[in-house]
Design a protein around this ligand. Sequence first.
Ligand SMILES: C[S@@+](CC[C@H](N)C(=O)[O-])C[C@H]1O[C@@H](n2cnc3c(N)ncnc32)[C@H](O)[C@@H]1O
Length: 232
Amino acid sequence: MRLNFRLGWHEFFAPDGYPFSLDHVEARDDTAGQVRFVSMLLPHPPARVVDLGSGNGRHARRLARLGYEVTAVDRFAQESTEYLACVAELDQLPLKDETFDGCISLYTSAGYGSNSMSSQFSEWLRVTRPAGTLVLDIANRGRRFRTAVDSFSSGRGFMWSVRVGGRRLQVNLALADRSATFFAFTYPEPRPHVLRKRLEECGWLVVDLYGDFDGSPLDRSTPRMIVRALRA
Ligand SMILES: C[S@@+](CC[C@H](N)C(=O)[O-])C[C@H]1O[C@@H](n2cnc3c(N)ncnc32)[C@H](O)[C@@H]1O
């Protein structure tokens, strides 16, 4: 059995990265329901929306089908005939000032690696028109230690994670094709008041906080932290 080590979020999310991919997440989650809720928080179509950390484009293409004009930004953005794909870093967008009516960043896509959340939030503000909307969805702080088991066509995966301070360290092991590959990376897992402070320091005014895509209020037990903010 071969043993491999891949460090950093970009190794995990790369097309040849961890085998339990966003396609598996899409099959598991109610992406259509998420998009329905997000569209209620955004300006009406045909508003211009940018999806920041768009992954396989599961939200971008559904928003495009609702009539939004969508740009999808990701280091691994996937081409589509339904939206404009843009390969870029989330704190260095090759996009003009005040272009978008709305920004979305879903399923914990902010603040990976050396990019601070604040440098990303400031950059997102730059490309949003005055009074434009941000919808940001990140995992609510769950248990300090978490584990999970994943199944995929070529094998199985295991996840262990621990929250340390305001960040989570995640380690995944993929057992497939006679190899064992470890992935390790960290991402921010702020408390709601810290997230609000970071957003407001960057010029976003937080107007609503939800605990899930059903519109339930945020509390300690809710799985998500979904923020609607306006460019102040
Ligand atoms: C957890 S996935 C979520 C993807 C998508 N929003 C979804 O819900 O399916 C995070 C995505 O953000 C991208 N990403 C994270 N940090 C990034 C950065 N600094 N620059 C560009 N892309 C980034 C990753 O490549 C990955 O596709």
